[in-house]
Design a protein around this ligand. Structure first.
Ligand SMILES: NC(=O)c1ccc[n+]([C@@H]2O[C@H](COP(=O)([O-])OP(=O)(O)OC[C@H]3O[C@@H](n4cnc5c(N)ncnc54)[C@H](OP(=O)(O)O)[C@@H]3O)[C@@H](O)[C@H]2O)c1
Length: 245
């Protein structure tokens, strides 16, 4: 049985990937920060359905605590075959001229610094010994060219996450690291709670049938790539997910 560790597995897209992976027979490690109870409920539901899963405390701003969680996994004999980087703070919508330093730091420390630490440790403790491992990182349609307006800190951090994954591949793909970068369009999750309803309504109206993606659609697309990892190579595989017509 293969094992996947998912940051942000306690909500939204990460939770949907966890469900799809569990249904495909993966042992799922549901990463959480503030959402311990949510994560435990998700794990309990997978157990009830006959799956194997554990909730794992992975606070991306606390590398020492993440190391403790990884140590517990390795001493219990668990291995990890895939890592999904879904955790992210909610973007604060602000014009370029009103974007604050704190917002950059918040986005960077989770999306880039915390995920770098986790990928490095998962590589050293699990992937390297197996001679292979697949990392799937959540970017966003917002980081396209041109990027969506009023999301400077979020877009910049997501592009840095992309850069961090590409740096990992340039050094580790020869030893078996594979990477997939996922760019979903707007998806109906708690991440959108920060966004003013009138902005969301205007954005929905531009989508086919006036609907955003559902977490289930995004989870299914990512789980398909979890089951079918790319060949090792210095370039990541790209997965763009848009609402169907
Ligand atoms: N929703 C969209 O429209 C959309 C579109 C494109 C891309 N994305 C990307 O998809 C990914 C998932 O987003 P979502 O929509 O599922 O968001 P969500 O429902 O708000 O979930 C965010 C997740 O991130 C975790 N998280 C936040 N800060 C953390 C920290 N410091 N340490 C550890 N975990 C932390 C949360 O864990 P706890 O709740 O346990 O604290 C939660 O599980 C994100 O990377 C997002 O940028 C989302």
């Amino acid at each position: 049985m293969k094992t996947v560790l998912i940051t942000g597995g306690s909500s939204g897209i990460g939770q949907a990937v966890a469900l799809q992976a569990s249904q495909k027979g993966w042992h799922v490690l549901v990463g959480y920060d503030q959402g311990q109870e949510r994560a435990q409920r998700i794990v309990d539901a997978f157990h009830t359905a006959g799956g194997k899963a554990d909730a794992v405390h992975l606070p991306l701003k606390d590398p020492a605590r993440m190391d403790q969680s990884l140590s517990l996994l390795s001493t219990s004999g668990r291995t990890i075959h895939a890592l999904v980087l879904s955790a992210s703070p909610r973007p604060v919508l602000a014009s370029f001229l009103k974007t604050k330093s704190e917002e950059f730091l918040d986005q960077f420390i989770v999306n880039v610094v915390g995920h770098h630490h986790l990928l490095m440790e998962v590589w050293k403790r699990f992937f390297r010994n197996q001679g292979e491992g697949h990392v799937i990182a959540l970017l966003s349609a917002a980081v396209g060219a041109p990027p969506w307006p009023h999301m400077t800190a979020y877009v910049t951090a997501k592009r840095a996450l992309q850069g961090m994954i590409e740096c990992a591949l340039s050094e580790l793909s020869g030893n078996g690291l594979r990477a997939t970068l996922v760019s979903p369009d707007y998806t109906e999750t708690p991440m959108l709670l920060n966004v003013e309803p009138r902005i969301l309504e205007a954005a929905r109206a531009k989508r086919p049938a006036g609907k955003f993606l559902s977490p289930k659609e995004v989870g299914a697309a990512i789980a398909h790539h979890l089951e079918n990892p790319p060949s090792p190579g210095v370039s990541p595989e790209w997965l763009t997910i848009e609402p169907s017509r």
